[in-house]
Design a protein around this ligand. Structure first.
Ligand code: AMP
Ligand code: GLY
Length: 439
């Protein structure tokens, strides 16, 4: 079967790489893809040029003309543009949420109203389009407080304000100066939640869910979780913070009520569903956000650990039979380190040649994101360039293996964190005896 992956990041390279290992997949097409998918590191693959990922009609025409048997969508933009609705209306098989269901990500106000209505744990909030009312509200609630643009803002729409002055500035930037455009015409203001974050991603067929392995992202640019927010500088799976007890609670208190609540509201949710969680010191999980897609870079370690046939899982999902399958995982930890271009995230430089790359092996794969071939030469073409992802028997072993490979990468201006996995490494197992007093 020919399969199509829509997108061009590390997430899509990892999905394509895993799909290329399915016995029944003959060709993986990636639209538009990147230098890694074009080079065929996904096995049989091809890059489709000149396609906008939000040109959902063009993509449907391409899928029909090329006899694509199944399409899987990486990023949120085509989902919010209704790619699933268009493909389905043409009888094309696709895995993802409809435009209406994708509002769980594309409108924070929709997601918050939904969670409140269905009793899903999340921070208290109010939504505003009037700046004066918004400022009065934060003055009453106090800082820290979190200001979120309602619409899609490519990861730039959230301000965690430590002071009232910062909160007022964020409100003014969005509601008065329109700096986020339409996405910031309404803002959600919510209480600050303390704890540790984790990514919990499931596949949903509308009725049943299949949980994927847990993971944790590192959103800040620099070591020690310092510096500006990014799309994610590294991730690993599993995330030890998600203990079996917390895992069961997330499914019972967040994931199942969400899928059932959407069905009850008449908006069946199919596709990957990503709950960004904040887990407090007592182990209570709360929802920070929903994404209607897999995470990037979380997908890279998750795909490296997935042992089941991904095509088989996707077909069960499209056929409403996720209750009849399960996913098998490599017991090892997978850890991915993102290498970003000079100037990322504010103004990433493009066009630097990739001078050296390590070869892929059984336990280490370089997933590409911002790379492209120009006249036969592999150049950087975006902010996040590569995710070097490795397996190891422990977080520390996976980390060592990944950084050994990172040391072999060379392109001008490369920046990466040296501490991916630090939370898991510094975490004492819950059953471990107290450390002996030091002499
Ligand atoms: P979001 O796009 O909603 O996940 O927000 C981006 C980041 O902002 C999250 O990964 C958190 O680090 C932080 N954040 C969002 N909401 C809250 C909150 N209510 N309390 C504390 N931090 C938050
Ligand atoms: N890594 C965070 C995200 O994909 O939203």
């Amino acid at each position: 079967m020919k399969v199509l992956v829509v997108g061009s990041g590390g997430r899509e390279h990892a999905l394509a790489w895993r799909l290329a290992r399915s016995a029944r997949v003959t060709t993986v097409l990636v639209a538009p893809g990147n230098g890694g998918t074009a080079r065929g590191t996904t096995g049989p693959s091809a890059r489709i040029r000149n396609v906008e990922i939000t040109d959902v009609t063009g993509l449907a025409e391409f899928a029909a003309a090329n006899e694509v048997g199944l399409t899987v969508v990486g990023p949120e933009a085509p989902l919010a543009a209704g790619i699933v609705d268009v493909f389905r209306s043409r009888g094309l098989r696709i895995f993802g949420p409809t435009q209406a269901a994708a509002q769980l990500e594309s409108s924070k106000d929709f997601a918050k109203r939904f969670m409140k209505r269905h009793g899903i744990p999340t921070a208290d909030y109010e939504t505003f389009s009037d700046a004066t009312a918004a400022r009065d509200y934060v003055s009453r609630r106090g800082a820290p407080v979190v200001i979120k643009a309602d619409g899609l803002a490519a990861g730039k729409g959230v301000v965690v304000a430590q002071t009232l002055a910062e909160a007022h500035d964020a409100i003014d930037a969005m509601l008065v100066d329109n700096r986020m455009g339409e996405a910031g015409a309404r803002v959600v203001i919510e209480d600050f939640l303390d704890g540790e974050e984790a990514s919990f991603i499931v596949m949903s067929d509308g009725q049943h869910v299949l949980a994927l392995a847990s993971s944790q992202d590192h959103k800040r640019l620099r070591d020690g979780d310092q510096g500006p927010n990014t799309g994610g500088m590294g991730a690993y799976s599993p995330a030890p913070i998600v203990t079996p007890t917390i895992h069961a609670r997330v499914l019972r208190e967040i994931i199942l009520p969400t899928v059932q609540g959407m069905a009850a509201d008449g908006i069946e949710y199919t596709g990957f569903l990503y709950a960004g969680l904040m887990i407090d010191s007592k182990g209570n999980p709360r929802t920070l956000e929903f994404n209607c897609r897999m995470g990037d870079p979380e997908t890279q370690p998750i795909m490296l650990r997935l042992r089941s046939d991904l095509l088989d899982l996707l077909e069960h999902a499209i056929d409403g039979q996720l209750d009849r399958t399960e996913a098998d995982w490599d017991r090892r930890t997978a850890l991915g380190v993102v290498l970003a271009a000079a100037g990322y995230p504010e103004a990433p430089r493009k066009g630097d040649p990739l001078i050296a790359l390590p070869a892929d092996s059984e336990d280490c794969v370089v997933f590409h994101a911002g790379t492209q071939f120009v006249d036969g030469q592999l150049l950087t073409s975006g902010g996040r360039v590569l995710t070097v992802t490795a397996l190891g028997d422990s977080v520390r072993a996976a980390q060592r293996r990944a950084y050994d490979a990172v040391a072999q990468v060379r392109f001008a201006g490369q920046q990466y964190r040296t501490d991916i996995g630090h939370r898991a490494i510094s975490r004492r197992p819950p059953s471990a005896p107290p450390a002996p007093p030091s002499e």
